[in-house]
Design a binder for this molecule. Structure first.
Ligand code: YH5
Length: 259
């Protein structure tokens, strides 16, 4: 899954892809490099980020989804927590809803159900603005698995079939480095719960904390290495900014793992 940020304040791209044609070109380049899914996001969910107005988010993502749909059959994911954006994005050609709130916003379950799109349910403790202030768990792996099981049950209740779902432990979303490492170490337990697992660690600050220093090359190297680990543990989807090296790591993982 290649990340396509269409946020002017985006962490990595500095707003370089606000323009639709540039965004679509970047998406097509990621497809060329091996991305099977393009994750279009118009609201930054970086720690500390402020929420984005609905009209602004729609104005960012809809032209990109429409233009990408017109030029490619790639699976398109919309990274949003807003039911109105889910509906509009799916009407414009999105195939998947990637929700860091796991469809907890009022109306989100209904919007997802009506769209007939696939859904990624991600765990987050707290909200983006404050989630990294003091994350705490009884047992991070058990707590996150229980949360995801509850959201899967809510989806079933709402009429969303399991065949449409994947789950995500939500690396960096209300987690310390120790929490992130515990989730990565025990990733197999999420896979064993039965649904496809999505992992998003690309360029995240957990690697700066792990290394004790911060530069983009180090973050990217660690992200690709973590993608390899996640794939060997059975993760089905890796969300990444750096598709070419990540795709190569996943090719190696697939060649090494016994299935
Ligand atoms: C995710 O894990 N993450 S947006 C902070 C960074 C770098 C990157 C400080 N959407 C996920 O990518 N969706 C985001 O450096 C996501 N899983 C799913 N399913 C945050 C992000 C980032 C944040």
């Amino acid at each position: 899954m290649g990340i396509l940020n269409v946020t002017p304040d985006s962490f990595s791209d500095g707003g370089a892809y606000v323009e639709t044609t540039r965004a679509v070109d970047h998406a097509l380049a990621m497809v060329e490099q091996g991305a099977a899914i393009i994750d279009v996001g118009g609201e930054s969910t970086r720690p500390g980020a402020d929420p984005v107005d609905e009209g602004e988010e729609l104005a960012r993502v809809l032209p990109v989804i429409e233009a990408l749909r017109a030029q490619s059959d790639v699976f398109i994911s919309i990274d949003t927590v807003k039911p109105s954006v889910m509906r509009a994005a799916c009407a414009a050609g999105a195939d998947m809803i990637n929700d860091v709130m796991a469809l907890r916003a009022p109306g989100a379950l209904e919007a997802a159900r009506d769209s007939e799109a696939s859904v990624c349910l991600m765990h987050m403790q707290g909200e983006p603005r404050t989630m990294q202030s003091a994350p705490a768990y009884r047992d991070v792996v058990a707590d996150v698995r229980a949360f995801l099981a509850e959201r899967v049950a809510a989806c079933r209740e709402a009429g969303i079939d399991d065949s449409r779902l994947c789950v995500d432990p939500g690396f960096g979303f209300g987690k310390t480095l120790a929490h992130n490492l515990a989730l990565m170490r025990r990733l197999r337990s999420f896979v064993d719960d039965g649904l496809p697992v999505l992992v998003g660690v690309s360029r995240k600050s957990m690697f700066a904390k792990l290394h004790g220093h911060d530069d983009m090359d180090s973050r990217i190297h660690a992200s690709v290495t973590a993608a390899f680990w996640a794939a060997t543990q059975g993760a089905g989807i890796i969300r990444s900014h750096d598709v070419a090296p990540t795709a190569e790591a996943l090719t190696l993982a697939a060649a090494l793992v016994d299935n």
